[in-house]
Design a protein around this ligand. Structure first.
Ligand code: ATP
Length: 270
C-alpha cells in the first residue's frame, strides 16, 4: 500500500498577479510556486512593494490571482475562507468599531457558534496574553495603533486555527512587546502545530521565528531563494547563537541578490 504525504498547508502554483490602475498595469507577482508544509513557520521577506502582502491576500482569498492557483489545506482558497480555516492579522487591524475590544476578539468564536460564556473566557485569556486586559471594554478607535494591532493578533488566535496569516503583525510595537509576542506566537505554534505565513521587513524577526524564510525579489515579486532556518531552539539566548547570525547572513545575501539556492520548500527562479 502506498502512503501519500500529507497535503501541503498551502500550495501556490504558477501565481501571477497584475493590478490595473489609472497609471497602467502593475505587475505585482510573477510565477510564484510555493509549497508550505503543515506546521511550518514561513516568513516572506523582500523589498517594499515586491508583493508580500499581495501573496498573503491571495492565500486568504482576498485577492483573485490573475493566473495560477492557490490551495489551502487541500481545498481552494475560497473554500478555505468559507470554512474559517485560517486566522488573519493584517497591518490594518480591521477591527469593528461598533464592537468593544473584547467583542472583536470574540467575533471568530461567535461565527463558529461557541457559547457566550466560553468565548468571553477565551477572549479574556487572549487579551491578557497581549497585555490588554484593562481596555477590554473600550472601542478600537480609543486605542493606539500598536494596541489595535495587538487586538487583531488576539482575534487571529481565538480559534487556534490550522493556519495563521500575519502581515507585519508586530510592525508598530515597541521592541519589548514585540519580543514578548514573538515568544508567545512560538509557544502557541508549539502547542497547536499551527502553520504560520508571516510577512515582515525584519531579517532578525524572520530568522528567529521561521523554519523557512522565503526571500523575494523586487517587483514583480519572484521567489529568489528559500532559506531553511535550523536553530537549536527559539529562546532568548538563541538571539546570540552563531547559527542565528549565520541564518541572518544567508537571508541578507539572498536579499542582496545572492545566487539562488532553492531547497525543499518549492520556490523556483523563473
Ligand atoms: N489593489 C491594488 N490595486 C493596485 N495596485 C496594487 C493593489 N494592491 C497592491 N498593489 C501594488 O502591488 C505591488 C505590491 O504591493 P504589496 O502591498 O503586495 O507589496 P509589499 O511587498 O507587501 O509592500 P510593503 O513591504 O511596502 O508593505 C505594489 O506596487 C502595490 O502598489
Amino acid at each position: 500500500m502506498t502512503t501519500h504525504p500529507p497535503a501541503p498547508a498551502v500550495r501556490v502554483a504558477g501565481l501571477h498577479q497584475r493590478f490595473g490602475t489609472a497609471h497602467g498595469d502593475v505587475h505585482a507577482l510573477s510565477g510564484i510556486d510555493l509549497d508550505i508544509a503543515p506546521g511550518a513557520f514561513v516568513s516572506l521577506i523582500g523589498p517594499s512593494g515586491c508583493g508580500k502582502s499581495t501573496l498573503l491576500r491571495c492565500i486568504a482569498d482576498l485577492v483573485q490571482p490573475t493566473a495560477g492557483s492557490v490551495e489551502v489545506g487541500g481545498r481552494s482558497a475560497h473554500e478555505a475562507r468559507l470554512a474559517h480555516h485560517y486566522g488573519i492579522a493584517f497591518q490594518q487591524a480591521g477591527l469593528l468599531e461598533w464592537r468593544t475590544v473584547q467583542r472583536n476578539v470574540e467575533l471568530p468564536l461567535e461565527l463558529h457558534g461557541v457559547g457566550r460564556r466560553e468565548r468571553a473566557e477565551r477572549a479574556r485569556q487572549l487579551l491578557g496574553l497581549v497585555g490588554l486586559s484593562d481596555v477590554a471594554r473600550m472601542r478600537p478607535s480609543e486605542l493606539s495603533g500598536g494596541m489595535q494591532q495587538r487586538v487583531a493578533i488576539a482575534r487571529s488566535l481565538a480559534e487556534e486555527p490550522p493556519l495563521l496569516l500575519m502581515d507585519e503583525p508586530f510592525g508598530a510595537l515597541d521592541e519589548m512587546t514585540r519580543e514578548r509576542l514573538q515568544a508567545e506566537l512560538l509557544a502557541i505554534r508549539a502547542r497547536t502545530g499551527t502553520t504560520v505565513v508571516f510577512v515582515t521587513h525584519s531579517i532578525s524577526e524572520a530568522v528567529f521565528l521561521s523554519t523557512q524564510v522565503v526571500v523575494m525579489s523586487a517587483r514583480p515579486g519572484r521567489v529568489v531563494r528559500v532559506v531553511d532556518v535550523d536553530l537549536p531552539d527559539r529562546a532568548e539566548a538563541t538571539r546570540e547563537d552563531p547559527a542565528f547570525f549565520a541564518a541572518i547572513t544567508d537571508v541578507r545575501e539572498a536579499l542582496r541578490g545572492g545566487t539562488a539556492r532553492t531547497p525543499a520548500l518549492g520556490g523556483e527562479d523563473r
